[in-house]
Design a protein around this ligand. Sequence first.
Ligand code: FES
Length: 80
Amino acid sequence: MVITICIGSSCHLKGSRSIIQGLEKKIRENELCSQIELNGSFCTGECENGVCVKIDDELFSVSPETVDTFFENEVLRRVR
Ligand code: FES
């Protein structure tokens, strides 16, 4: 699974860095390093939402406050 986090300027201001750190932590805690690849991308044109995060080609809007819920509901569901 590839998770792509937008690091364009608008998403950067909305906290993409802390979302990346949050996801890295969750991936380590769940020992999923070999199954999940984290990538950065430039602006994907979805700036009006939260930070733009993609799981493979599916688009989500995530904020630093919702990153844990996002991981549990969307990421874990797909790897298990
Ligand atoms: S900067 Fe992230 S979608 Fe535009």
